[in-house]
Design a protein around this ligand. Structure first.
Ligand code: 5GP
Length: 178
């Protein structure tokens, strides 16, 4: 499979440190509950927390989407919910990539039902031109064009998550998920 490097591990390391610095400043003196979205966000989350200078606790959520993602009514369900109580706490959702916005807008609404004190979202990658529903993340690693990317936790049929750099998969080789 033809892959082209988009972001090197060195560039990613620098960008993650910048994001972590911003988050540490914004939440100074507070404890944050970081909620990673499985599976894709686990690498980003692991790097992010090791660069934070604020106390934090970690939890994970897993979502599945049924039906076509190109249809905005595509049903999303939580297949693994968080186990940490978040009522009255500062919550930061950490996700690998926001594309149509369907997944994160669904998750944000679900988490709001648990009455956190604050709720923000940090994404590693953002494909803004692909939105089907309005959604804006509070922290964005990189804005990227409408290309399918793998590596740094992101997969293609469960492959390539382990790659330390981010790659664009060649035209015609990306899975039919758009
Ligand atoms: P959304 O609901 O915003 O359309 O979808 C977000 C999810 O789509 C991400 O969590 C990820 O699983 C998947 N996704 C969207 N674009 C890409 C991509 O370029 N590469 C990979 N590996 N996953 C993607």
């Amino acid at each position: 499979m033809k892959k082209e490097i988009l972001f090197s591990r060195e560039a990613i390391g620098r960008r993650v440190r910048e994001l972590a610095d911003g988050i540490s400043r914004d939440y100074e003196g507070r404890e944050v509950v970081l909620i990673g979205v499985l599976k894709g966000a686990f690498v980003f989350l692991a790097d992010l927390i090791r660069n934070l200078r604020i106390p934090c606790v970690i939890d994970f959520v897993r979502l599945a989407s049924y039906g076509s993602k190109t249809v905005s009514s595509g049903e999303i369900v939580i297949t693994k919910d968080i186990e940490t109580p978040i009522q009255g706490r500062d919550v930061l959702v950490v996700e690998d990539i926001v594309d149509t916005g369907l997944t994160l807008s669904f998750l944000v609404e679900k988490l709001k039902e648990k009455s956190p004190r604050s709720l923000k979202v940090c994404v590693f990658l953002d494909k803004k031109e692909r939105r089907k529903v309005p959604f804006e993340a509070d922290y964005v690693g990189y804005d990227i064009p409408d290309r399918f990317v793998v590596g740094y936790g992101l997969d293609c049929n469960e492959q390539f998550r382990f790659l330390p750099d981010v790659y664009v998969i060649g035209e015609g080789e990306s899975p039919n998920r758009h």
